[in-house]
Write a protein that binds this ligand. Structure first.
Ligand code: ASP
Ligand code: MG
Length: 467
């Protein structure tokens, strides 16, 4: 079971989550993964950037605030004085480490990705002992474990990749005995370490990924991701009031949705569970009586082939082109090796057959760096006008229509674009992969809501599944 930031946001939330664990632990052997208390990671990172600018107080002020926040939660959750003192001591140790990291950063005015990882990991490291102690207080034997002891990754700081075999070995060695002793391990989400023990993070929002990495490594029967929404919805309910919870969805559909910004899951979350087909539930820790969404190998087929819609907004469209690139065979290769070098994830690609324009979408956070890198890569060609323009448009969004069963169902694209046309939504670019599990299109930012409403209605998604 993984509990996200809002599910461990304060003492009340932690207690509610701990009750879920306590109930489940009566019937099952289980391991818990926790995020930082909500907002903590952002605050840690903001203070790191302030320290980098030479601010010597930001880290100290934050450490004091986190000290108060975690002590306060602890006081409400743990009545046993001895165990409270142990956790207090641990919190102070971790914050002491944090303060030194901030001091070093302010002194050097330098923030390496490695240091930033160590700083941003503090939230999870503070949270796990508190949650574990809360469980003990409720009579559930538990111990806190840092994932640096379990998840072995490469050394790509800020978005490290796990190494499955080494992770499996360490997880069994460390977690096995805890489970065998009838205890519930509470593991820090989001972090791992290289084979030689240097702390890494799996990327923002990476605790979901931690949960499935560990679930797969420990051969879990199922993985439950407890969050603050009722599962995977047919669309963002803030934009589409008729949006419903989907009872069952396939890995592929869920991954498409996650990838396309339905903020329920970290995009890499489902990778580790694919080989063994472990089901993953998304459930609401604030409403545990609801079943949520079950993500399985095949999902459950519903009419029309379309399962859900999603929109991703913090993105920018980059185009490389002009008539001059026609027939230059390596433009595509060079463009995408440039994005690969930056590890800028490409969310959509479209190339028209006249070949004179390749456009693709990256997260806004990567857009400027990508644009600059492309200008460097094509400096020569731009000078000789082989490539005539490299431009960026940040005022756009991707909307994706997702459903595994639209494969081989004719008419989905037709209905989609007909509905959009009716609403007067202008389409800037279109992509559909041959896997046919999604049709994505790029629209201006203002058109997102009308585009979602029109397609949601067209496919009757408000009337379909719910539980
Ligand atoms: N605390 C980390 C973050 O905010 C990881 C997570 O919450 O999943 O990105
Ligand atoms: Mg989170």
């Amino acid at each position: 079971m993984k509990f996200g930031g809002t599910s461990v946001g304060d003492a009340t939330c932690i207690r509610r989550s701990a009750e879920i664990v306590a109930n489940a632990s009566r019937e099952h052997s289980l391991a818990v993964v926790v995020s930082a208390m909500s907002g903590v990671t952002n605050r840690l990172i903001d203070a790191a950037h302030q320290a980098k600018r030479g601010d010597r107080d930001a880290g100290k002020t934050l450490a004091e605030a986190l000290h108060r926040q975690h002590f306060e939660a602890l006081a409400m959750l743990v009545s046993n004085e001895k165990s409270r003192m142990q956790v207090q001591h641990r919190i102070e140790e971790i914050l002491g480490e944090g303060s030194r990291l901030y001091e070093g950063t302010a002194l050097l005015r330098e923030l390496t990705p490695r240091t930033l990882d160590s700083i941003s990991s503090l939230g999870e490291r503070l949270c796990a002992p508190v949650v574990s102690a809360a469980l003990c207080d409720m009579g559930v034997a538990s111990s806190a474990v840092e994932a640096t002891e379990l998840i072995v990754t490469d050394s790509f700081h800020g978005g490290a990749e796990p190494q499955a075999d080494a992770t499996r070995q360490r997880s069994h060695a460390r977690i096995g005995p805890i489970l065998n002793a009838g205890q519930v391990p509470v593991v820090t989400g989001f972090i791992g370490a290289t084979a030689d023990g240097v702390l890494t993070t799996l990327g923002r929002g990476g605790s979901d990924y931690s949960a499935t990495i560990l679930g797969a490594a420990l051969d879990a029967e199922e993985i439950i991701i407890w969050t603050d929404v009722e599962g995977v919805l047919t669309a963002d309910p803030r934009l589409v009031s008729e949006a419903r919870t989907i009872a069952e969805i396939s890995y592929r559909e869920a991954a498409e949705l996650a990838y396309f910004g339905a903020k329920v899951l970290h995009p890499k979350t489902l990778r580790p569970v694919l080989p063994a087909g472990i089901p993953v539930w998304i459930r609401n820790s604030f409403a545990p009586e609801k079943l949520g969404t079950k993500i399985t190998q095949h999902g459950r087929s519903i009419g029309g082939g379309v399962k859900a819609l999603t929109a991703i907004r913090d993105v920018a469209l980059i185009s490389v082109g002009g008539p001059g690139i026609v027939g230059v065979p390596d433009v595509v290769g060079r463009t995408f090796s440039t994005t690969a070098q930056l590890r800028a994830e490409v969310l959509l690609i479209s190339q028209s057959s006249s070949q004179n324009d390749i456009c693709f979408i990256v997260a806004k956070a990567h857009a400027q760096a990508t644009l600059e890198a492309l200008h460097r890569e094509f400096a020569q060609d731009l000078a000789h006008q082989v490539v005539e323009h490299i431009t960026m448009d940040p005022n756009i969004a991707i909307v994706a229509v997702v459903g595994e069963n639209m494969r081989g169902t004719p008419g989905v694209a037709g209905r989609t674009f007909h509905a959009l046309g009716r609403e007067g939504v202008n389409i800037i670019a279109i992509a559909q992969g041959s896997s046919e599990t999604n049709i994505s299109f790029v629209v201006s930012d203002q058109s997102v809501k009308p585009a979602l409403l029109a397609t949601h209605r067209e496919f009757g998604l408000g009337k379909l599944t719910s539980n």
